[in-house]
Design a protein around this ligand. Sequence first.
Ligand code: GDP
Length: 457
Amino acid sequence: MTDHTHADTLRTPIVAVLGHVDHGKTSLLDTIRGSAVSEGEAGAITQHIGATDIPLDTISGMAGELIDPSDFDLPGLLFIDTPGHHSFSTLRARGGALADIAVLVVDVNDGFQPQTEEAIDILRRTGTPFVVAANKVDTTPGWNPQDGEPIQKSMDAQSERAKSMLDENLYEIIGQLSDAGFSADLYWRVQDFQKNIGVVPLSALTGEGVPDLLTVLMGLSQRFMKEEMAIDVQGPGEGTVLEVKDERGFGATVDTVVYDGVIRNGDQIVVGGQNEPIVTEVRALLRPRPLAEIRTEKEFEKVGEIGAAAGVKIAAPDLDQAMAGAPVRVVRDRTVDEVVEEVKAELAEIEVDTAENGVVVKADTLGSLEAMANALREAEVPILRAEVGDIAPRDIAVAETANQDEHKAILGFNVDLLQNAESDLENADVKLFKNEVIYQLVEDYERYVEEKQRAQQ
Ligand code: GDP
């Protein structure tokens, strides 16, 4: 029987940060975490495990007059710590994206770049609402930094020349968004954030405009996502694996974002594994200690339970085969078999069309494997086999069976060549491509095929 007494509590919206390399994703996350720390929320901000919780109090402290906390009943925002669309696509829940909202970071001087386009495609495909952080406004010639101030206040303090240069860059980005099919405007001119994308000019370096970004994210969630945030807090916990990590004293652990229900110590859980679902029992739920305490105490504190939405490290036997991007489910009110079937069904949703002939694809997470498969489909590159994990001797053997030379190739996204596969690769007629950027990986392979074809003519 399900306990409905705690039903319909609102959980924290989950926010992911995407954008082109070097446009400032990491800096923005650091600034958000950092200003939250200086807001004095000791204990709230911790060394991160996958996600950082910024409570509403902290946001309203940072946003000052921009926000009236009594307008909100959502508890705050949960930022996924790893930036990039690769981690975003890892966050899957039932075939869609797990992140509720995204921040698309665009360097105000650099505008749209290949990974900006990639990120937009992913956001469109998953139907994820987003706001654009037009970053690095402080690099505008003649800019007079106004640390941590709301952006309009900061803009008032700039010279006419700086303002008009910034305006020009901002309108360029708004135009590029429009070319990509999104109607967008500066956030203070947007009436309906469901129809229009808000652009927030900011600087991750000086913190100008960051209060505005948090305010817009909070407003967007409060107005349009309340229904999706209603969860049964006491229901069986559901989450997604962000990362599988060895932790001293605990063995293999999984950093997990719990987006529904509650996980308790001792719970039986099912976790998506590389070969089959792993059925195990929670030995410890770990949260990092507040930064200030880390030097004097052990890094983690054990907690009895964790409710959504939150990041937690789960220690349990047999997690070494767990996969990033895979579901985590607590077995409660149902049989283990039912939950195992559910996890299998969710994993089966990740569709990769394989052909009899094609390349071998390896990626570090299910989400990135799916993104790779999409990119290769668009480039009309057939796939013989696609799997999560590092490149093993078996992959080389499989790639060698391809009957066209150009298909004797392995494309590895964010993975390593295992040591015991090194000599196999040397002795095999197989070409290995490795990269951490999907479009570059595909481009490298396409260039190789062209060269091969030219050599044959
Ligand atoms: P990521 O690859 O998107 O995570 O980008 P990073 O956060 O690593 O930033 C790339 C570079 O841009 C670093 O050298 C940052 O210090 C710099 N940077 C990021 N944000 C800003 C900003 O707002 N202003 C300035 N001047 N530099 C920035």
